[in-house]
Design a protein around this ligand. Sequence first.
Ligand code: DC
Length: 211
Amino acid sequence: MIIAIDGPAAAGKGTLARRLAAELGFAYLDTGLLYRAVGIGLKRAGGEPDNKEDATMAAQRVTPACLQDPALRSDEAGQLASKAAIVPGVRAALLEFQRDFARTPPGGAKGAVLDGRDIGTVVCPNAACKIFVTGSLEVRAARRAKELRERGEAVIDERVLQEMRERDERDTRRSSAPLVPARDAFVLDTSDMNAEEAFQAALAHVRSRMG
Ligand code: DC
């Protein structure tokens, strides 16, 4: 069974996907890490994320080991990832890895949870269960600012909001696999929910789909 979780940055999809996977004994893949690895790989190689050839080459060099790099967690990595993710060659290079993971989850797990932007629409359009996790821009930016402060980073709220707005626009407006809810996705707006409430609502939906 495949569970596809999509949505914009800081909507809470990572926490939700991880908890669902743990609850069901499924394997979990954070597909954003793949794009982040492309962004960071590009930067280290001195390439430009807007340059299609540089970006595609960086995507072809991504291996599972790259996903362990702590540098992928930074906000800069998220921005670079979002820029590189526009390039169709990047998306094509990462597609098979994601589909293989979904088809044959590691560790012999009975299912897989994948989170990202295009899992329910492009990577796994036949997923048994699709959840689109969203939230208002203001709430998501406030969550991200809190998270960064807790990590000890200096934060300017207005800047976090502006960067999130830019990332939303880039992810939503790109022509290749844009961020959009699948037609058969359950839309979960977490603006007024805490993590526990979001988890319970998602789990109830998953159980209804499992029969
Ligand atoms: O989920 P995240 O913040 O780690 O993702 C970083 C960027 O990667 C995101 O802004 C767009 C891109 N991405 C994508 O295009 N498709 C995915 N399935 C996952 C991430």
